[in-house]
Design a protein around this ligand. Sequence first.
Ligand code: SF4
Length: 478
Amino acid sequence: MSKPNEPVEPQPRGARVRGDRPIDQEEAAERFLAAPRHQKQHDERLWSLRQKRDSEMWKIPEWEELRSLASLIKEHTLSRLDAYLETFEANAKANGVVVHWAKDAAEHNRIVQDILESRGAKTLIKSKSMLTEECGLREHLTAVGVDVVETDLGERIQQLDEEDPSHVVVPAVHKLRTDVANVFAAKIGSDPDDDDPQHLAAVQRMATRPLILKAAAGMTGANFLVAETGAVVVCTNEGNADLSALVPSLHIVSAGIEKLVPGNSDLAVFIRLLTRSALGSPITQYTSHFRGPRNGGEMHVVLVDNGRSERLGMEEFWTSLKCIRCGACMNTCPVYRRSGGLSYGTTYSGPIGLIIDPTFSARKYSHLPFASTLNGSCTNVCPVKINIHEQIYAWRKVLVRNHATPFVKSAVMKAAGLLLARPALYRAAVQGANTALAHLPRFVIYNGLNAWGKHREAPKPPGETFHQWFKKTRGGEK
Ligand code: SF4
């Protein structure tokens, strides 16, 4: 239970999404920062995942070899993707699975709708799948009269609260226990004052189990597709993928074409890396291999492109397709931890989102690659060795070249470029800034135009600049 007189802090909502207009991540981040309890819990929770990941990593002497191997396997598979996809299709068909191909989100949604309609299925239970979020499947099916129920606890919380997931692994991590208690009280009639996590999980289980038992169809995503066996592999900690796949007689899998691995021995490398990187636990509770329909049932796999082929042809960005959606880059990112995943206004947030999102719309997501300190921590933790911070930097160059950045940012960067290219001018500017900092009234320095100074104080200017000191002493040389 929360403490009786603790002030209620409303949960900050995500970025405002207005068609194809650029997402203002800064504005949403500022609102998240203005909610100290939410911000603190979010930061601490994700940092604890990062620390657990580190301690698991240190237990495995061959960790770096595993990362290199995983990277090589993914690069090998992606460079022969057509062949591996055909092998997977042939083996899945031989196992009794119906395989569909979708070139984009609309086709994916139509295929799923057709399968459901042709069997008269009006209720669908599904486990967590970022691809279905990317395609807007739930909204699409709801609009045509299909009742969709998320079976992952975090996803269900987000569904009931009519919000998108804020993290690829822990979708409701931005919420406090009190937020969840309020959502459940409003939507399933539980006690709003009881925010005990065990109680909340039990309430949700009792409310959702009957819906699972009578659902006409089930859906899962895919963590991996194994070409040599035609199997779909799904990792969960709640067993909800197994319920979604095996309770109804109709199982539909939604899978991105980049999920392929050649064989089971390759799969083992990723299974060792995935949950250690994601949650800092040695193994997921359930690693399920779905190789065919259950007895008397049907299984369909929808292989979705939705821009992936195009990304595969982008010289600087194709390796982003190696991503196994572990979320480690988010957990370590100082910007993500402090601003919350919903501030990005898109399905994929955090460092990996900054390089995937502009491939969907360079205009809408033109501000996102600037929401990074480029410290490289994301690259260091990525289990498949994606050079994330270098790709973020590469996107910045592309966006500036294409004039897709805000006018003020471009003008400031141009001025900074001119200044940094002229040493004498730069030294004069530093000297001038030091004098100004020492003598100008506070309101001239800390005002609405100085975004940097909103949350920080400039240090006291030194008596002399480094350049002056070096010129005088030659760095201590005699
Ligand atoms: S980019 Fe790397 S660290 Fe980030 S989610 Fe993907 S696999 Fe994990």
